[in-house]
Ligand binder design. Sequence first.
Ligand code: COA
Ligand code: AMP
Length: 656
Amino acid sequence: MPETAKRSAREHYESLVSRANQAPEDFWAEQARRIVWFRDPATILAWDAQEHARWFIDGEMNICHAALDHHVANGRGDQVALYWDSPVTDSKCQYTYRELRDEVARLAGALRDKGVEKGDRVIIYMPMVAEAAMAMLACARLGAVHSVVFGGFSPKELAIRIDDATPKVILAASFGIEVDRVIPYKPWLDEAIELATHTPEACLILQREQQRATLGPRDHDWQECLAHAQATEAVSMLGSEPLYILYTSGTTGTPKGVVRDHAGYAVALHYSMEILYGTRPGDTFMAASDIGWVVGHSYIVYGPLLMGASTVMYEGKPVRTPDAGAFWRLIEEYRINCFFTAPTAFRAIKKEDPDASLMAGRDLSSLRSLFLAGERLDPPTYHWLNDLLPVPIVDHWWQTETGWPVAGNLLGLDMITRQASGPRAPVEARAGSATWPLPGFNVQVLDGLGDEVEPGVQGNVVIQQPLPPGCLTGLYHNPARFHAAYLAAYPGYYLTGDGGYLDEDGYLFVMGRIDDVINVAGHRLSTGEMEQVLGSHEAVAECAVIGIEDSLKGEMPLGLVIIKDAWRGDESALRQALAQRVRDEIGAIASLKDVLIVERLPKTRSGKILRKMIRQIAAGEQYQIPSTIDDPASLEDVREALSEAGVGLAGQARSA
Ligand code: COA
Ligand code: AMP
C-alpha cells in the first residue's frame, strides 16, 4: 500500500478514536441518529467514574422494529432478509423483510397469548432453524427478555439457566441434527424442567416434519399457536431496558448471565456493520456460528437486519455436511459479500481439503471480505486463507460481554470517511494480531500493579471506562459478581480476562485467557466447571482441568485427578467414566481429551493447585517453581503422566 494511503488511513482512524475518547457523547449521539427511534434520547451517556456506563437511557425504540418494520416502511419489504440453508435436513427457504416482519409479529402475538409481557424472560432452546431467529425477534418485539441456550449444552446446564432466568415460557424444537446424530431437544427440555426448581407456564414446540415430539400438558404446538395469533406491534422500550440475557462461562461452575440493552446494542451493531465489516444495505452477510453464541445474536440476527442486509442462517457444519466445500457452495449460492466464522472451522476444512480443491469451479466473485473470531486467528491458518482468497482476511477480537468487536481492521473506514464505494483494508494485517482497537474502545495493557506496560510487553488487556454502547449492562440479578469479575481489579477499567500486548504501531495481539476459561473450537468453556463435575465423582480426591493445545480445536480440556486411597476399581474404566460424566453434565461440546490419574498435583503450601504451571509443563514451556510450592516432587508426577499420555514433554523448570 502506498505511504500516503497508509498515512491517511491512520489519520482517519486516529481522528475517530480521539473523538470517541474525548467526546463520547457527541460521537455516539451521531451514531444514534443512524437508527430509528420512537423518541430520540436526550441523555446520551449516564455515567460517573464509580459506575458502569449506561447509554441512551431515556430514548425509546425497539430493536425488532428497527431491524424489520423500519426497512419494510422504507422500501426493503421485498428484499430477502433471511436465507435458511439446512444440508442436514436437505431443505432451504427464504423470507423477505415483509414476510419476516409478519411471521415475527404473529409469533409475538402467540407469545402474548401465552401471557408473555414486557420484562418477562423467555428461554429459546433450538437448533439453527429460521424460527429460532424469529423467536428472538418476537421476544424483542414484545419487550420480553430472551435467553438463548446453545443446543450443545446438557439438560443439567439448561436447568441451571432455567433457574437463573425463571422464564415464563420456553421455546424449543422437536429435534436438531448434528451431522448424523439426532439431538433430542424436546426430551432434553423435559429433563431440564424436571431438574430445575422453576417451572415455566408454557412451552411452544416447533414440530419439525422429519421427527415430531410427544407433547405434554404444558406444551403447545408452535404452528397451531401461530394459526390463532394476531400480529402484534413492537412495544416501545426505553433505551436501557434489557433485550436479552446470554449465559457465558466464567471461572466458577455458575455461568454468568450477560445482560444487553435494546438501544445501545442497536447503535453499536449498526456502527460495526459499517465501519468494521464494510457492509451496506442490500449486501448479503453470513456468520457461520450458532444463535446460542454471541456471534449468532449479533451477526446472524440483529446486526445484518439492522443494516438492511440479507443474512444467511446455516444448519450445517464446515465439513461433513456433506464435505469441506460447504462454505464455498454457500458463498456462491447466496452471493455472500461478507463471511464470518471461527478459525477452527477453516482448520477443519484445511485438514480435509488442504489444497481447497473443492473451491474449484465455484464463483466466489461476490465475496469482499472474510472475518474470523472466537479465538485467535493462528498465523498458519491466516496465511493459508490469505494465499487462497483475494479478499482481506480479518482477525477481530471480542467477547460475549462486549457484544461487538473491540479490535479489527476497519474495512469500512474509507466508506465512511471518504465515501469510497466498497470495503478495503485500511492497513496491512499482521498475522496473529486483531489490528487496531475500534473507535469507542480505549484498550490498554496493564501489569499486575495497574501500570501500563511498554509496547511489545504482555499484560492484562483492559478497556478504559466508559465502555461504548452495546456492551453488557450487567450480570443478570448479580451486581456484586459483575463488579468483582470485571470492575474491581483495576478501578476505572473493564477487565477483559484476556492477556496480550500492543506493538509499537498500536496493533493488538490477544494471546489467550488469563483466567480459568478455555476456548475449544471457538466455544468458551470453564475449566472450573469441569473440575466441579470431576470432583463430584466418588473416586476423586482432587483434580485439575487445563486447556492443552490442539491443532484442530485450538484448545482441548485435559483432566488430572488424584484418586482416593480407599477407592478400588479399574482405572481405565474410571477415566472413561469421568470423561463421560463431563459430557453428560455439561454437554457434548465439553469433550475432555483425556483424564490422567496422578499421585500428586503441584500445590502451594496453602493448598492452591498450581494450574498455570501444569499448563506450562503440558505446553513444553519454561516455568518458574514458586518458593511456596508444597512438594516439588509432585511436578515429576505430572510430567510423567503427561508424557505417558503424549502431552508436552519438554517443560523446563527454573526455581524462584
Ligand atoms: N448441538 C448439539 N451438539 C453439538 C452442537 C449443537 N449445537 N454443537 C456441537 N455439538 C457436539 C458435536 O456434535 C460434538 O459431538 P461428538 O463429540 O459426539 O462428535 C461435540 O459437541 C463437540 O463439538 P465441536 O467441538 O464443535 O467438534 P466437532 O468435531 O463436532 O466440529 C468444528 C468441529 C470445527 C467443525 C466445529 O466446532 C465448528 O464448525 N466450529 C466453528 C464455528 C463455531 O461454531 N464457532 C463458535 C463461535 S464463532
Ligand atoms: P466468547 O465470549 O465466547 O465470544 O469468547 C470470547 C473469548 O474468545 C475472548 O475473551 C478471547 O479469549 C477469545 N477470542 C475471541 N476472538 C478472539 C480473537 N480474534 N483473538 C484472540 N482471542 C479471541
